[in-house]
Every structure is written in structure tokens, then in C-alpha cells.
Design a protein around this ligand. Structure first.
Ligand code: CA
Length: 559
């Protein structure tokens, strides 16, 4: 008991540190739902599943470091800022539900770079001084380990910065006719005309070119060169030895050229990393059609982002807006997973709504109910999920004309907006429901909805880890249902995406015998009765009759 008490004291002390640690946080997070809440007994009765620390199935949270939390008031978010907010993401204690419930982080680029976005790296073995030091990073990893949070870092293997000393040396060498020195790391071509799309002229020469698919400042690495691969091995080992759990590989689409095949390269890269750490998790940003994504899974890569389903015109957001889920979309999702597994049986799909390269989901989803519905749709899909910071608050981009506007500061407290610099964006606007502090206190907030989804996911490991074994058709275009099965345990997930109508569905014995509600989510707004009073919506299951309010989700399991 003494031990428990002192542990509690330590946790309380830690909480105090956290609240004062970031200048923009504050407030009591002890009772987020304000007493009379929506949670049902079973949410409290069901334990959070204890998953293996090496398990790759995670609720990831994408952090744009410069915009997340600024610990030293220099108008740039930093690693100490992230550390100060880890208890918001996951406090490591399954008994509490004041935290979001994610158990993985994807960190945007953090290595030294001259650009704001830091996707052009000048040193692969350090932390940009704007964000902190390697010691700060080691501390972050240690704090994440305490909380069971795995850290995946952005790794840019397609290109480098033109300011990297190796590229400057390579340019001097090729101008002197030497293509065997540093030039081996890059894609130099001697030609009187432009050798192909994406090539740039070497400064101070008439007939020397290098591949640089993005800009002059980002020369492409030569991914077929033995020298490059030796260097990539060193870089990957350096970070895996420091405790990262894996990598988010940037710009996979551009890996292929006339002498590099991205599948061959990724096959080499993934097996090389697995020799260093057998549990490494690698997720690729391959912004192409589904056919090419399936092909790339042949490399053995763990995950690739499901671009067809994400983005503001993707399946999840369009379905939440239209209320038209139906069997077609569910079957599409089922086939998508099957096609991936056919090419790599161990593959894990990576679902998301939006990321740092897209207009924010809140710009496309104007209604709170639609934002909640979209969250239920993607977060309950089997595989890993990636939530872009601030998406759980409904942060919208102030405009859609520059990329930086998708990366505005995290709003911890809407009454105390952060002073963080974002290029081309003046001032910060708070989401309609306020920041973290305000939304924790609001039972109907988007944030509390996200917390509930993550809690249900963490209680039911079948959701992330299972495969869709079959679908159920209810003859209703707004209703979609599928079974997920994992280690002999079977769940039935049913979404009613209709924006304005309650559905009564018959759960026959052949659909699921002795079924009971294992989790419920109501995205739709509360109804009003004849007197104009708010009526709490509820999902009920009695004598095989399942009543689902507009925009709701239920998870059933046989008792
Ligand atoms: Ca700072």
C-alpha cells in the first residue's frame, strides 16, 4: 500500500511538472467528462489489453515538432516541449482515462537542416539545434519507454540537402572529371541536354546534371550505389541503437529511376534494418495508386499509408460527409487488406485522415458529428492508425494555399494561444470547441470522442490486429458491418453513417449468437424532444433488436 501511495505521489508530482512545463498548458484534467458522462460500465469493466511491447499494431500520433509545444519560448516547438506533453498522449497508467490513449509517435523530420520543414538534411546523425540535442532525444525515448509509446522517426532517404558537405564535394569532383568519389552517392549525368525529368544543372557547369526530383536544394541519393547503402546502414543503426522503434520513409514514390527499382531497394533496406532490430517497424509514404502500393508490399515493408482512404477527398471523409457507407465501401476496405496481405502476409495497413501535406480534415468536415464519424471509421479499421496532431481537436488550416498552413500550432488552451512561428501564417485560430484544456472539460468534445475510440481499441485488441473475415449486409446504404477475427476471438463492427436517421437492425443468431455490446460510439448530435430538451442518444440491443442512432458505431462480441 505504501508503495502504491508513493507511486501515486510521484504521478501527482509528475502531473504538476507537466502542467507547468509547457507555457501554454494548464488546468485540471482530473475529471474531463464532468461527472455525468456517457461511459458505460463495460468500458470500465474491460481491462486495457496488455500487448507485447514489440507489437507493431499501434495508435500512432504524428507530431510536427516545430508546432507542437515550445518549452523555451523561442517561438519554435521542441523536443523538451514534446516531453512535457507526453502525459496528454499516454500517461502509461491503464487505470486512468485522462490521456488520449495513443501508443506510438511519428516525429516529423528533426535532423539538422536549413529549411523550415527539415526534409533536406545536412547531418543525419544529429538533432537540429532549434529542436534540442541528442541528450534531449535520449530523454524523450526514455520517457516514451516508461509509457509504452513507440517512437518512429521520419527518415529522408530519397534526397539530401544541397548544403550537405558531401554534395558540395561531389560537385567539385565531377567538375574536375572525377565520378568515382563522392559522386557515387548521387545521380550525376554528363549530357549536353537535360537527361530527363527531375534533373538539375550543376552550378557552374554546362553539361553536368544531377537528379533532384523536388528542388535544386534537394539532390537525390543514388539508391543503387553500394556506398550509399553502406551509409544508410550506418544511419539506421545509429537511430535504432538510440532506441527508435522504426522509420517513416519519406517520398518512396521517387525511389524508382532507370537503374533503381523501389521494390528491390526496400527489400534490401527492410531486411538490413531487421538484422539490426528484428522488431523494427517501417512505414512508407508512397503517394501513388493502390495498384502500385500493392506491388511495393512485395518488398516486405511493414506498412504504407492508405492514400486512397485518406485525404480530404478520400473514402473516410467522403463517407462521413455523405452518410453513404454501405456494403460497397466495406468490401473495398476488405479487398484492400486482402490485396496487401497477398503481397506480404505480415503487412499492416496504415490508415489516416490527413497529414502535414494535406488540407486539414476539419476544413473538409465542417460538422462536429461528421468529424466524429470519420474518426470512428478510420480508427476502427484493422491495422495501424496515424492521427495528425490537432486532428483530435478539429484544428483547421487557416488557408489552403501554403503547406505551412496545415502545420499551425497545437492549441493546448484556447484562452492562451501559443506564440509559435509558422511561415506565411499570421496568428492562430482556436478550433470551435477550444483547445485541449477546454475540450477535456466538455463531455461532447471531439477530443473526448477520440479518447473513447482509443479506449475501446485498447480494450479490444481484435480491432487493430484482426483481419476482416466477412461482411454483413443489412440492405441499407448507410450501414456497413464487418467481422474482425484475431486469435480465435471475433467482433462485429457496425457503423450507421446516416446523418439523420436512427436504424433498427435485427441481429439474428446466424449473424452473431448471444451478442453483447462491447463498445459504442455516438458521433451524431444529441436529439431534442417536443419540448426542445436535449435527449441523450443511446445504442441498445434487446432481443436481437439493435437500435443505432444517426451516425453511430457499435462493437458486438458473443458472450
Ligand atoms: Ca523552443
Amino acid at each position: 500500500m505504501k508503495k502504491v501511495l508513493s507511486l501515486l505521489l510521484i504521478i501527482m508530482l509528475l502531473c504538476t511538472v507537466v502542467i507547468t512545463g509547457c507555457s501554454n498548458d494548464g488546468g485540471d484534467t482530473a475529471d474531463p467528462t464532468g461527472g455525468d458522462n456517457t461511459s458505460k460500465d463495460y468500458l470500465d469493466d474491460i481491462a486495457i489489453a496488455e500487448v507485447n511491447q514489440a507489437d507493431k499494431y499501434r495508435n500512432y500520433y504524428q507530431i510536427w515538432i516545430g508546432s507542437f509545444c515550445d518549452s523555451n519560448n523561442d517561438e519554435t516547438g521542441d523536443i523538451q516541449g514534446i516531453i512535457s506533453q507526453l502525459d496528454y498522449l499516454n500517461d502509461g497508467d491503464p487505470e486512468t482515462d485522462t490521456d488520449l490513449g495513443v501508443n506510438g509517435i511519428w516525429l516529423s523530420p528533426m535532423m539538422p537542416s536549413v529549411s523550415y520543414h527539415k526534409y533536406d538534411v545536412t547531418d543525419y546523425y544529429n538533432i537540429d539545434e532549434e529542436f534540442g540535442t541528442l541528450e534531449d532525444f535520449d530523454q524523450l525515448i526514455a520517457e516514451c519507454n516508461k509509457r509504452g509509446i513507440r517512437v518512429v522517426i521520419d527518415l529522408v532517404l530519397n534526397h539530401i540537402s544541397s548544403r550537405h558537405p558531401w554534395f558540395a564535394k561531389a560537385c567539385e569532383e565531377v567538375k574536375a572529371g572525377n565520378f568515382d568519389g563522392y559522386a557515387k552517392y548521387f545521380e550525376f549525368v554528363k549530357s549536353n541536354t537535360m537527361p530527363g525529368e527531375g534533373y538539375r544543372q550543376v552550378s557552374g557547369s554546362d553539361d553536368l546534371w544531377y537528379e533532384g526530383n523536388f528542388t535544386y536544394e534537394m539532390p537525390d541519393w543514388n539508391l543503387s550505389s553500394e556506398a550509399t547503402r553502406e551509409e544508410f546502414k550506418k544511419i539506421s543503426k545509429f537511430w535504432l541503437d538510440r532506441g527508435v522503434s522504426g522509420f517513416r520513409l519519406d517520398a518512396v514514390k521517387y525511389f524508382t529511376n532507370d537503374h533503381t527499382d523501389s521494390v528491390e531497394f526496400l527489400e534490401w533496406y527492410c531486411s538490413m534494418c531487421r538484422e539490426i532490430d528484428p522488431d523494427v517497424y517501417i512505414v512508407g509514404e508512397n503517394w501513388v495508386g493502390t495498384g502500385e502500393i500493392y506491388e511495393t508490399y512485395k518488398s516486405g515493408i511493414d506498412s504504407q499509408f492508405a492514400f486512397k482512404f485518406g485525404n480530404t477527398d478520400g473514402t473516410f471523409i467522403m463517407t462521413a460527409k455523405s452518410g453513404n457507407l454501405g456494403k460497397k465501401t466495406i468490401n473495398q476496405m476488405k479487398r484492400n487488406i486482402e490485396n496487401i496481405k497477398e503481397n506480404n502476409p505480415d503487412a499492416i495497413n496504415a490508415w489516416f485522415l490527413t497529414n502535414h501535406d494535406m488540407t486539414r480534415s476539419a476544413n473538409a468536415l465542417k460538422k462536429l458529428a461528421d468529424r466524429k464519424m470519420a474518426a470512428a471509421l478510420y480508427l476502427l479499421s484493422p491495422g495501424c492508425t496515424f492521427t495528425y496532431y490537432g486532428e483530435e481537436l478539429g484544428i483547421a488550416a487557416p488557408n489552403t494555399t501554403n503547406d505551412a498552413s496545415y502545420r499551425t500550432p497545437m492549441v493546448w488552451d484556447s484562452e492562451n494561444l501559443p506564440d509559435i512561428y509558422v511561415p506565411g501564417v499570421d496568428g492562430v485560430e482556436a478550433p470551435e470547441q477550444g483547445g485541449v484544456k477546454q475540450q477535456l472539460e466538455n463531455e461532447d468534445s471531439l477530443l473526448n470522442f477520440y479518447k473513447r475510440v482509443f479506449k475501446i481499441k485498447n480494450q479490444n485488441p481484435e480491432i487493430a490486429r484482426g483481419t476482416i473475415t466477412d461482411t454483413v449486409e443489412f440492405d441499407d446504404n448507410a450501414v456497413g458491418a464487418y467481422y474482425v477475427e484475431y486469435e480465435g476471438s471475433k467482433l462485429l463492427i457496425i457503423h450507421n453513417t446516416a446523418t439523420d436517421s436512427e436504424k433498427t437492425l435485427t441481429i439474428t443468431e446466424s449473424i452473431m449468437k448471444n451478442s453483447a455490446i462491447r463498445g459504442d460510439l455516438i458521433a451524431g448530435d444529441p436529439a431534442t424532444d417536443a419540448e426542445g430538451n436535449t435527449v441523450k442518444q443511446e445504442i441498445t440491443l434487446q432481443d436481437g433488436q439493435l437500435v443505432m442512432p444517426a451516425q453511430s458505431t457499435v462493437i458486438l462480441k458473443a458472450e
